[in-house]
Design a protein around this ligand. Structure first.
Ligand SMILES: *[C@@H]1O[C@H](CO)[C@@H](O)[C@H](O)[C@H]1NC(C)=O
Ligand SMILES: *[C@@H]1O[C@H](CO)[C@@H](O)[C@H](O)[C@H]1NC(C)=O
Length: 396
């Protein structure tokens, strides 16, 4: 009985809905108005023939164009009645306008807005409407400038915010931390400065802040709540001080790039993170010895500490005692490491050494001739090493 009822319901639900024969539901007039004010805000000379915007012709309905060559691309619409604009993804045609296209933010059903790789300029508006559907905002590769407005936090459904490759300046507003759905934040290649805010969006998977002028030490109070963070791309900034042992232990962390900063020490404790795969701390000012503890991270396969101020020997654990996967990439060149290279690394024949890419060159290592691939480039001159180690002692 109930299964018969179920199959009837099934049959009914499989029958496609009958669409009205004449005009299917047309686009909401207020959405049409927003699109046409957006189009008129674009410098006409920046709209090339055959681009998406050159096909926008309002003698047709945007969601149901009567002429096949109208509204060829960039738009998606809901199937509701009236139709609402749900996404705008512009082609990288070089469109320009001298201010942020505010009209687009009056589209209440917009869930995706991408203006990426065009020539939009000017500041973002200081106050943004609370677009409750907007989930992806991509303004990357344009010429936007001025501060990142704190009111971005009113876009409460954002899951992805990409403002990379613009000219934004000032500091990262603390209000962004209220974006609890945000999983990707990319502010790379801007002119942002100052310390990181006290807190960041708590559910980030990817944080990319590369190539700005962000400064000060990396604080545990900022990062510890980011328990889902997998990728931290923080290279080419001015971060200083010690990288605390807690950092590499962030529970989901897989890839860290903190190269080209001004870090002065690296702390590594026992109790290694299981997910960490790649760490790049090259081009900093890290002093002290190579942390033996790095050999205890079972998934860690790529490590670069090149061009720092490291001293002492290469721990034997890096070859024979590496837990889990062996190192596949190990760049330690450009330091003041001394003593002998653990034999396995230079051993002939089979072994992990064969699949290892890296360099131990430009150090103070004994028996590491530049003719051996891993030992190139040549070690530092004896005089430099003597000076670095004071007494002239070269072994460990
Ligand atoms: C828009 O389309 C109409 C009808 O196809 C055409 O007459 C008109 O010239 C078009 N407008 C533009 C600006 O291309
Ligand atoms: C290092 O960072 C500075 C900015 O802090 C940048 O100008 C420079 O190009 C970066 N160098 C490399 C090799 O990435």
């Amino acid at each position: 009985m109930s299964s018969l009822l179920f199959s009837i319901i099934l049959i009914i639900s499989v029958i496609p809905p009958i669409s009205p024969s004449s005009s299917s539901s047309s686009t909401s007039p207020s959405d049409i108005h927003a699109l046409s004010s957006f189009l008129s805000s674009i410098h006409p000379s920046s709209i090339p023939p055959f681009s998406c915007l050159s096909s926008w012709n309002f003698s047709s309905d945007p969601c149901h164009p009567s002429t096949p060559s109208h509204f060829l691309c960039a738009l998606s619409c809901s199937s509701s009645s009236p139709s609402r604009i749900t996404s705008i993804s512009l082609d990288p045609a070089g469109y320009s306008s001298s201010s942020f296209p505010l009209s687009l933010l009056s589209l209440p059903s917009l869930s995706l807005l991408s203006l990426s790789s065009n020539s939009f300029s000017g500041p973002l508006p200081p106050s943004l409407p609370s677009l409750s559907s907007l989930s992806i905002l991509d303004l990357s590769h344009n010429s936007f400038s001025g501060p990142i407005p704190p009111s971005l936090s009113s876009l409460s459904s954002l899951s992805s915010l990409d403002l990379s490759h613009n000219s934004f300046s000032g500091s990262i507003p603390p209000s962004l931390s209220s974006l609890s759905s945000l999983s990707l934040l990319d502010l790379s290649f801007n002119h942002l400065s100052g310390p990181l805010p006290p807190s960041l969006p708590p559910n980030l998977l990817t944080l990319a802040l590369k190539a700005n002028s962000l400064s000060d030490p990396i604080k545990s109070s900022t990062f510890r709540p980011l328990t889902k963070l997998e990728v931290a791309e923080l290279s080419s900034n001015s971060f200083t001080g010690a990288l605390g042992a807690w950092f590499l232990l962030l529970p989901s962390l897989q890839q860290v790039d903190l190269s080209n900063n001004s870090l002065t020490s690296l702390e590594v404790s026992a109790g290694a993170g299981e997910s960490l795969v790649a760490v790049d701390l090259s081009y900093n000012r890290i002093e002290g010895g190579l942390p033996v503890g790095l050999a205890a991270f079972p998934a860690l396969a790529a490590l670069s500490l090149r061009h720092n101020r490291l001293r002492g020997g290469i721990p034997a654990e890096y070859y024979g005692g590496k837990k889990g996967t062996p190192f596949r990439r190990l760049f330690l060149d450009g330091n003041f490491l001394n003593g002998r290279v653990p034999a396995g690394f230079l051993g002939k024949g089979a072994g992990a050494g064969e699949v290892l890419t890296g360099s131990f060159g430009d150090n103070c290592l004994a028996s590491c001739p530049a003719s051996v691939g891993l030992c190139s480039p040549v070690q530092k001159p004896a005089s430099v090493c003597k000076q670095a180690y004071g007494s002239g002692r070269r072994g460990s």
